[in-house]
Design a protein around this ligand. Structure first.
Ligand code: BGC
Length: 414
């Protein structure tokens, strides 16, 4: 790709990302819905009942994206709506998503479609969900249906969202359904089943749409050693291996990416320091903590825009185009969000100059939404949503991002 002066490569994708359950509302046939009804699971007892009512307001939401000069948008299709019980498909819901994707196209916005973003139909969850051996095959009929009936409207495909984070939240920390804790064996089964699902979905999509780019989104955790000492470097490397797991064993990453990814999708938000600590046998003798001197977001994690360059450089050798499928800040300090966007994007430019083939950036997220276990109190959006009236208001950071997208460059900002 060629770059304009002081700018990003031509054809760079400027987008935002959302996920069906976090925005649509009334998504009742999922394991998440059931989980939200259990007392104590979600902050302030919030539920996704209304979310942002995007299911009905998508036209208005996409018009706002257009106003912010977006040329791409990443969104997910809700499996439980399309396949409410095994093998039974809902034609009305397929029509709904045809309208949604068609509307994006009308607005000149290219859809990147995620097939799995954290939620599962209840029937699938009841059979053991992603920890069950036939999970990947159970997912496939839905994939085929979407490929056949929506594929003509899709620009890019993202098969599964962040298997490492999903597995850890659902089976280790218990923050996501099924709310299990400490089950590391299940975590590894889940990531490996999601890898299988990705590979099967890749084949299914490519058979019908050979030219459509297909990849997945990996949640990139950044672990920094607390000092130069060998034991702290070991602590960081071990954390990286255990928690920053791609859905493949590290040695096989290149092979898997080569054969079943047309691009690499990376979501990056935060970093932690790691120190060897002999008093923590239960934590593999590792103490992890926020990076001193770096600001902490409302998720309680430290963030630093310069980490984006480090993260992207790790992908340089893979020889694949890279999309930043998510990046953002949980804060009510919109001025910080504005600065963070500029500084992160200038680090993306540095990574491009280093030789990483970055083709697009998707900010998390367009509208403030249902932030899983944190409910509505945590705000990542470029657009605010009044919880009573659901009225949308573009924040200054949103306008700022819109200006960058319009000029495909950071240089006009100064
Ligand atoms: C997930 C989103 C989530 C965001 C902020 C990402 O890892 O894909 O669904 O809202 O992080 O926590």
């Amino acid at each position: 790709m060629t770059a304009n002066v002081g700018g990003f490569p031509q054809g760079f994708l400027w987008g935002t990302t959302s996920a069906a359950h976090q925005v649509e509302g009334n998504d009742r046939n999922t394991d998440w819905w059931e989980f939200e009804q259990q007392p104590g699971r979600i902050a302030n007892g919030d539920t996704s009942e209304i979310a942002t009512d995007h299911y009905h307001r998508y036209r208005e939401d996409f018009a706002l994206l257009r106003e912010l000069n977006q040329n791409a948008h990443r969104l997910s299709i809700e499996w439980s709506r399309i396949e409410p019980s095994p093998g039974e498909f809902d034609a009305r819901q397929i029509r709904h998503y045809r309208d949604v994707l068609g509307e994006l196209r009308e607005q000149g916005i290219q859809p990147m479609v995620t097939l799995h973003h954290f939620t599962n139909p209840l029937w699938f969850a009841r059979k053991g969900g992603w920890a069950s051996n036939d999970a990947a095959h159970a997912f496939l009929p839905f994939v085929h249906r979407v490929v056949d009936q929506l594929g003509d409207l899709v620009g890019l495909w993202c098969t599964v969202n962040e298997p490492n984070l999903y597995g850890a939240n659902a089976w280790v920390s218990g923050e996501f359904p099924p709310g299990r804790r400490g089950d590391i064996a299940a975590l590894y089964r889940v990531t490996s089943n999601m890898r299988k699902a990705h590979e099967l979905a890749y084949g299914a999509i490519k058979r019908k749409w050979p030219d459509a780019p297909v990849g997945l989104s990996h949640h990139k955790l950044l672990f920094l050693p607390a000092s130069d000492k060998r034991r702290d470097r070991w602590a960081a490397a071990t954390s990286q291996l255990a928690l920053d797991r791609w859905p493949v064993a590290p040695g096989r990453l290149r092979r898997v990416v080569e054969s079943t990814c047309d691009y690499v999708g990376i979501a990056h938000y935060w970093g932690q320091m790691c120190a060897f600590d002999p008093r923590r046998p239960k934590d593999q003798f590792i103490r992890r903590f926020n990076v001193p001197g770096r600001p902490v977001t409302d998720m309680g994690l430290s963030a630093d825009p310069s980490w984006m360059r480090l993260v992207l450089n790790e992908l340089r050798g893979l020889g694949k185009p890279v999309y930043i499928t998510e990046n953002g800040l949980a804060t009510d300090d919109d001025e910080w969000r504005r600065r963070y966007i500029t500084e992160t994007l200038s680090n993306v430019q540095l990574a491009i100059a280093d030789g990483v083939d970055v083709r697009g950036y998707f900010h998390w997220t367009n509208t403030d939404n249902f932030e899983w276990a944190r409910g509505y109190a945590t705000h990542f959006g470029l657009i605010g949503v009044d919880r009573k009236t659901l009225e949308r208001t573009i924040k200054p950071s949103g306008r700022h991002y819109g200006r960058i997208a319009a000029s495909n460059s950071l240089s006009l900002l100064h």
